[in-house]
Every structure is written in C-alpha cells, then in structure tokens.
Design a protein around this ligand. Structure first.
Ligand SMILES: [Zn+2]
Length: 53
C-alpha cells in the first residue's frame, strides 16, 4: 500500500510500519531535509517543507 501522493511527513506510525521497505528507499541517500518535521528524503516531493542539504 504505497502512499505516493502523501509526503513522508504525514505518515503515521502504522504507515511507517506497513511501508517500511518503501520508507527505506525514500530516506536512502537523502538530498533534502524537511524544515518543519526534521525528516530527510531523496526527493523533495516526499517532504512538506523541503530544503536541499
Ligand atoms: Zn515536513
């Protein structure tokens, strides 16, 4: 159950658990960090307030 339209920032605990394989792909080799949530991702579309690292 992939959540492509949702940013990583909005994942809740159950979504993190259920999509952990996808999560690892998203956070591998991070290029962006979310200024609001302190999460990191490879693609800026995965974050709500992305800023390049
Ligand atoms: Zn965010």
């Amino acid at each position: 159950m992939a959540k492509d339209s949702k940013t990583l920032c909005k994942w809740d605990k159950d979504e993190i658990k259920d999509n952990f394989k996808e999560l690892k792909k998203i956070v591998a080799e991070p290029r962006y960090v979310c200024r609001k949530c302190a999460r990191a991702a490879k693609k800026e579309e995965n974050l709500c307030k992305p800023e390049e690292i």
